[in-house]
Design a protein around this ligand. Sequence first.
Ligand code: FAD
Ligand code: SIN
Length: 521
Amino acid sequence: MRRKVDFLVIGSGIAGLSYALKVAEHGKVLIISKTKILETATWYAQGGIAAVMYNPDTYNKHIQDTLVAGSFLNDEKIVTMTITQSTERIEELIRWGAHFDKESSGRYALAREGGHSEYRVLHHRDRTGSEIQRALTEKVFQHPNIEVLENHFTVDIITQHHLGKIVRRTHTDTQCYGAYVLDPETGIIDTILAKTTMIATGGAGNIYQTTTNPTIATGDGIAMVYRAKGIVDNMEFVQFHPTSLYNHKEKPSFLITEALRGAGAILKDQKGNEFMHKYDSRGSLAPRDIVARAIDNEMKLSGSEYVYLDARHIPEREILDHFPNIHAKCLSIGINVMKEMIPVVPAAHYICGGIKTDADGRTSINHLYASGEVASTGLHGANRLASNSLLEALVFSHRASEHAVKQIQEIEFMESIPDWNAEGTVLNEEMILITQSRKELQAIMSNYVGIVRSDLRLLRAAQRLEILYRETEALYDKSVLSVELCELRNMINVAHLIIKFASQRKESIGLHYSIDYPSKD
Ligand code: FAD
Ligand code: SIN
């Protein structure tokens, strides 16, 4: 099937939906979601969304905290631009129908998370993401100009390459004409021609064995754009959340929000002793990279598979009012957080790098925008400050929408794009060829490219990944496409980029820690 839309949006999280709502005033919008519209990382966000709301907080303090967390590898102009728009974007989100908790005075209740010098995290109990996703989804379904295609998988974006021309990463005139999208039910790959395309496909946590990310997070957008010869950046910086619930084999790992530490919960070792002050004067509320590394070290020293988070001293009322989801989840596996400590372990959580964009969310490919976790905007530098990512998605989707709307009248559809050519491919009847490679990939990344790295580990990872890459490309070339095969290929691509960027960085900084270069360059 061939279709034409003004604005193609790939992804139905906060980045995709907030962009769609804005551009829909100016043309037809098609949103593609690889599973259900609600199944996004956005839905799972717990802690909240950072914004400067009241005194004594200031934009300058939030800017400084963001730069310190990012080890000053951030783009300072982008940080300033994002933070100074935070209040406006939150007000808009509230107008769209998202509810945040308030104090009895009527002011918004603000939480504090690791690395923040002030209370500035707006939240909806411990389910902020699902509240935002609910509000945006309702608005999207009400809009007459927006169509949502669920359970459709975007395989590749379309460029001049599909017209038989050579496209290189150094070219500045590469254009995006839309995308090829697979309907897994029918096996048909549609050609969707678009005047502009927004990639909002989220993160890639599933390249690791343990992750807080939902199963949709397989790095598809980053891989698609890299294949299309777009520029990616900052890929070595993968954030591990220090506290996911230790509950063997549960996927995704259930997050124990940092806001619980903000409310006073303390990390303890197997013997019940506090240990964070050995590593950082900020204790359990130090930035995530420091806490995750400290936990990793404590686990290695003691040989245990987890440490504890002690929330027993937090008043019962506060737990029930602010953390009902965590309370219920822990109870469901036999842990009463008011009486027992919570076993926690770090899990892959957020990729700071991705598709390089400018301040308007523009990628290096014309008419192609990126926003949300898939993008590398320059905001995070070497480490993301907690709760800055939902904000980043809102700001960049807003700016991208303004840019796209200005351009749209001048862009023509590229009618001569050929349909997908599946000639000579056959059904792959051995799923084990995909599932085993996926497990191997996750083991390689977790064991060699995790919280602590070294030159030798990265070299081993690269050599093993090369084998998986060759096998998967051979399988891809001869197979009728499936979601599982495309995801594996994308995950290998993203893993390759992380290893490549990590191998080039000869220092330890932010989220990239190498035992061969223990200090900053
Ligand atoms: P997502 O919300 O992940 O949406 C991605 C979309 O892309 C999905 O609709 C998916 O179906 C679609 N997609 C992907 N690939 C394809 C494809 N090939 N074809 C078609 N569609 C595709 N951040 C904060 O700021 N505060 C928090 O409190 C917070 N808590 C978090 C808690 C958890 C457990 C997790 C996992 C993350 C948390 N984060 C938090 C991070 C934040 O939630 C994400 O970075 C953010 O929601 C990403 O939004 P997004 O719109 O970029 O992507
Ligand atoms: C959390 O609630 O701890 C997650 C916050 C984030 O990832 O920004």
